[in-house]
Design a protein around this ligand. Structure first.
Ligand SMILES: [Zn+2]
Length: 88
């Protein structure tokens, strides 16, 4: 089956680190009856760096070991990060 999220590419990784130390690696998302909410405070990247990039949700658990993406299962959803207040 073709990957419908292929254009999202790989984890944001400007420092060429291994997973789970990519700048774009985010904490696990815990769902409840099909819903989840996540807020992240990080100094790994600035808001300006990630505008236009994509957030991907995987179906499984990140094992925090496997390369390059933690063997977290298929990609099930995505969204693009947009600027707030018209900043780009
Ligand atoms: Zn990663």
């Amino acid at each position: 089956m073709q990957d419908p999220f292929a254009n999202a590419l790989t984890h944001y990784n400007p420092q060429n680190c291994s997973h789970p130390f990519h700048e774009g690696d985010l904490p696990p998302l815990f769902g409840n009856n099909g819903y989840a909410l996540s807020a992240v405070l990080t100094d790994r990247f600035s808001a300006e760096e990630i505008i236009g990039r994509t957030v991907i949700i995987h179906s499984g658990k990140d094992d925090f070991t496997s390369q390059p993406g933690g063997n977290a299962g298929e990609k099930i959803a995505c969204g693009q990060i947009w600027a707030v207040s018209g900043r780009q």
